[in-house]
Design a protein around this ligand. Sequence first.
Ligand code: SF4
Length: 335
Amino acid sequence: MSNLAITTDFAPPKIVAHSNTDLCPLIYELIPAHGCSFGCEYCNVYSMKSEKTHTPIRVFPNYAELLSKTIDEHKKGKRTPTYYLSPKTDIFQPSLVDSGIAEQLLHVLAEKEVDFLLVTKGALPNTRILDLLERAKPHGRVCVSLGMKNEKHAKAMEPGAATLAERWELTRLCTSRGIPMMGTIEPILPLRDLSFVRDIIRRFVELGVDHFAVDFARVSHQALEGMIAKLPELEEMRELYHHPDAVPQEFETGPYYREKIMRYAPPTAWLTEKFALLKEYSKEVRSTISGCSYFKVPGLNDEALERGFLCFGIHDPERAARNQRKGNSLPVIAS
Ligand code: SF4
């Protein structure tokens, strides 16, 4: 996917806080581009309507300056949020790497010593970026996003993203440098056989990652049909997303002119059972999972909270230390 524009025709979006529930910690979203060449078929921003809108890709050249000013204002106001890099795009997509913006942003975040999460389906772009991630320790956490069953599924569903092998390699490189990490096992396609998630968790743990954010795909019926057209074996998912108890959510999609669409989650009873299964998978290898509080699955986040994971990848060291003093934190697996 090409069609890249460095844009000056409209200002970058303001850096604003985002939360799904009252329980969410303070997270500010960093969106240095609109559009995404990774082209995911399930993307909530670009794939929810029949017509896909991943391109054109517009990058905002002065975003690092905006970020720097915003952090200074937050510091002045004594706010200590976590910065999320990046919803609505992927920070390791070629347009953000080749334009230098990915590096500029990491430079600002490392220099100002603020907490951030970098979530990506990309490969490691270059060693300078790895060096910056190392410099940002312990404030920056890399969340490798990997939820597909195999390379065939990844190629069909995330055609422009890195191969799974490249994402495992990014994981290995980061853990070998002691960079805080997490596995973002999202979105999981709600297939009848979920044992592939167990394999993903085990592989991450072997590489030294012991906490995971998990979520099942929430898609519109149009997106679902696009996914099945790309990968006919996903037909079995129709049963869940068209189930009378599928959970409808009115959702705003699109980066510029946001439109309301209806997307669906699998039925609550199904989610409750399967989240429990994922928790079992994680416990088998002494790791933890976090799921969005939106689903209100009882006890889902208990063990993760004990270790100080407030939300999908946000770690609160004070809470972890308090729990450790009480002697009730789970053992941390050495990397
Ligand atoms: S990487 Fe993220 S933003 Fe890009 S297409 Fe995929 S889901 Fe959408």
